[in-house]
Design a protein. Structure first.
Length: 547
């Protein structure tokens, strides 16, 4: 048990039963999903034995027990860490339920070089006459402690606001801005006046001062532009009557090469008063910027991870929907057999196929949407629905192709598509229309015939017209359709699989065999396009016998 004279920590969190407070009475507290754990988690990504909190000489230590999805302290994933009063703990995800650690007798953070608390400690030991803001140091200390708690996921704006409020209070300036680096440029993230009002534009700041700070990677400051020969004649200084400037780089913790280590800039200025910071005040401002940059980077990383996680979850849902659209049950007709395969090159594909029983015939389609990933899959799902519905209403293949073409052109989706639509009748007659797609193959015994008739792909020219063609099958014949992910698959020598190789293999291989040949041809080279195959075999006698 914990000694009665020592600090007694608690974890405070909110669940379905409301606000909960768990007292950490033992020297070692177990946390996980199993019912025998001291604190039982109900998070989806929490492990059965997830983590422990141990009392040690220095205070309390959090230890991750090789959990599957990690333990998070103030928005950062950790394996082992010393805990401080007010820390935020999460288990299994940076988006999981937050638990706040409260310790009755908090241990002050250890001093470190460049740390704001070290600077405050040094400063507070001096005489009250050393600096006019001595009486406000405790307030500043409190504000910084509060701001440090904001670095757990999604606290970007709160951290920006706290950083500006503290910096304005410390320097006594009239306004402050934080700029963040985005795409190689500095973009305004937040601006505040000393009265707390938001400033939403930066036209009156000194961009030349900002550039000096960026180029030197050091703080640029001028206490009184009226007394400074260089800056006193700068156009932005004169035009906007700027009297003093403090421009401090906000750096990432990782020391990367070049300017990429710059996270952003803290910019402060006044129009009425000259700056009053002495050497200790400048050290405090540097320390505030360092702490602010660390908190801000933590928040940005946590937000980025949360966004990536949500995007991954949404992609998984989209992939499942796409898979469902492609996992149709082939209709049972007494004159044909259907087989289909689709292998996307990314998590979600832009190809689709479909087969449906129509009034007096069998309808089939295969299509390839330009591009890859989610945008292509959205267009694919839309077109599949349109074509499916049009076929059910008895529209001709020419009418369907023309409608799809008008739809893509009028909607300006920036995508085009190649496709083959066909109708197989019980007597073996096949109507088909090829819109810029890989040419269909008619496999008859040991012979392969390429069906040459073709039209323009859909989605390029609004007024394009389309014509269909016909071919008659005999029992045992099969129509084989493929997307260019098959014929344009490349090996390490950048040689394509090609239509000739596809035609020769199609004589004696089914769809699984064709995919194996393509995979063997590619070797270790990753697929660059979706691979989709659809086969319609005309077999009236076999089907009738089975019935």
């Amino acid at each position: 048990m914990l000694a009665s004279s020592g600090p007694r920590p608690t974890l405070t969190f909110s669940d379905s039963n409301g606000i909960q407070v768990a007292r950490l009475e033992k020297d070692s507290i177990s946390i996980g999903r199993l019912p025998d754990q001291d604190i039982v988690l109900h998070e989806a990504f929490a492990s059965r034995r997830h983590a422990t909190i141990n009392r040690i000489e220095a205070g309390f230590e959090l230890i991750d027990r090789n959990s599957s999805h990690g333990t998070w302290l103030n928005g950062l994933r950790v394996k082992r860490a010393i805990l401080c009063n007010g820390d935020i703990l999460q288990f299994g995800s940076s988006a999981a339920m937050k638990m706040r650690l409260d310790i009755e007798t908090p241990t002050p953070p250890p001093p470190a070089s460049g740390n704001i608390f070290s600077a405050i400690s040094t400063f507070s030991k001096g005489s009250p006459d050393d600096h006019p803001m001595t009486r406000e140091i405790e307030q500043l200390n409190f504000m910084l402690r509060a701001a440090r708690k904001l670095n757990s996921g999604g606290a970007k704006r709160e951290i920006l606001q706290a950083l500006l409020q503290i910096s304005i209070q410390l320097t006594g300036v009239e306004r402050g801005f934080v700029f963040l680096r985005e795409g190689g440029e500095m973009r305004l993230a937040l601006g505040l006046q000393s009265d707390g009002k938001v400033v939403d534009e930066d036209s009156t700041v000194s961009h030349r001062a900002m550039q000096r700070a960026i180029e030197s990677a050091e703080k640029f400051s001028v206490s009184d532009t009226l007394a400074d020969i260089e800056t006193g004649v700068w156009g932005s200084i004169v035009a906007n009557s700027i009297r003093c400037i403090y421009c401090v780089p906000l750096r990432k913790r990782a020391l990367l090469q070049g300017s990429e280590q710059l996270l952003g800039l803290l910019y402060l200025d006044s129009q009425l008063y000259a700056g009053q910071l002495n050497s200790i005040g400048h050290e405090l401002l540097d320390a505030v910027a360092t702490e602010g940059a660390t908190m801000l980077e933590n928040a940005l990383l946590a937000d980025a991870e949360l966004k990536a996680r949500r995007a991954e979850e949404e992609l998984a849902v989209a992939a499942k929907i796409h898979e469902g659209l492609m996992s149709m049950t082939p209709p049972q007709v007494p004159y044909a057999e259907i087989d289909a395969r689709s292998v996307p090159c990314t998590a979600i594909g832009g190809d689709f196929f479909d087969v449906l029983e129509l009034d007096g015939c069998l309808g089939a389609m295969i299509a390839d949407i330009s591009g890859k990933g989610v945008p292509a899959s959205i267009v694919a799902a839309t077109l599949q629905g349109i074509i499916h519905a049009q076929m059910l209403t008895g529209q001709s293949l020419e009418e369907i192709a023309a409608l799809v073409n008008r739809f893509l052109c009028s909607r300006r989706v920036g995508r085009y598509a190649t496709m083959v639509l066909l109708k197989l009748h019980p007597d073996g007659l096949v109507e088909y229309i090829n819109c810029g797609h890989v040419r269909p193959l008619l496999v008859s015994g040991s012979a392969v015939r390429v069906l040459e008739d073709a039209n323009l792909m859909v989605g390029l020219i609004a007024g394009a017209t389309y014509t269909s063609a016909e071919v008659r099958l005999v029992p045992g014949d099969r129509i084989l359709l493929a997307t260019d992910g098959v014929t344009e698959a490349e090996n390490s020598a950048e040689e394509q699989f090609g239509e000739e190789r596809f035609e020769s293999i199609a004589i004696h291989e089914g769809l699984e065999g064709i995919i194996r040949h393509v995979d063997a041809f590619k070797g270790s080279i990753l697929a660059q396009d979706d691979c989709t195959l659809l086969q319609v075999r005309y077999c009236p006698e076999t089907s009738a016998a089975q019935v």
